[in-house]
Design a binder for this molecule. Structure first.
Ligand code: ZN
Length: 207
């Protein structure tokens, strides 16, 4: 089984695709975002270290991310990396302990990302997530689960979403070029319904 890296800007639908690939193909889904949150919640030495950086508003250094992934992965096959590697240094570090067979880049336009993410609303009481386009609440502005008021996160405001998109594309360009040069990159158009994106990704995986 292949080791796959899934790349794409926020709003490309990475999380949805990754969860379904894990379910239907049996990948071990490695999300560095989830791992970090777990380490912090369990208050492990790594979690304490990571928390310090996060509280100062700094990026968690590559070597911390790498040692976290490494303890989990350790040369296994059938891993789906989601949200990792994020930098060239992480990509090079990853190769010291696991082989990458395929890199899937979910390509989506800035307009589509803004449309998707700026329609997101969250419950200010229980944290449930809604989307005015794809998953609206039953009553406008009110949480189905707890009746709390729905709000738009600062992060989901159109101008903030557009800026995050630009930052992602700029920061990940060297990573994309690196995998492209090595013949591992497959671009999948993600400006379409999740089902079509998933089918396109599945075809690439079966090839
Ligand atoms: Zn709620």
């Amino acid at each position: 089984m292949k080791n796959v890296v899934l790349l794409g800007p926020p709003g490309a639908g990475k999380g949805t695709v990754a969860a379904r690939l894990a379910r239907e193909f049996g990948f071990l889904h490695v999300s560095t975002g989830d791992l970090l949150r777990e380490e912090v919640a369990r208050n492990t030495p790594l979690g304490q270290l990571a928390k310090g950086y996060m509280e100062r508003g700094e990026l968690v250094p590559d070597e911390v991310i790498l040692s976290m992934v490494r303890q989990l992965v350790d040369a296994k096959k059938g891993i789906l990396f989601d949200g990792f590697p994020r930098t060239l240094a992480q990509a090079e570090g990853l190769e010291r302990f696991a082989e990458v067979d395929l890199v899937i880049f979910l390509e989506v336009s800035r307009e589509e990302v803004v449309r998707r993410l700026s329609s997101r609303r969250v419950c200010s009481r229980c944290g449930a997530v809604y989307n005015l386009v794809t998953k609206p609440p039953k009553a406008e502005g009110i949480c189905d689960l707890c009746g709390g008021p729905l709000v738009q996160r600062e992060d989901d405001k159109p101008e903030v979403v557009a800026r995050r998109f630009e930052v992602y594309m700029k920061d990940s360009a060297p990573l994309i070029a690196y995998y492209e040069k090595r013949g591992l990159l497959q671009r999948i158009k993600a400006d379409r319904p999740p089902e079509e994106v998933f089918q396109a990704v599945s075809e690439v995986l079966r090839a």
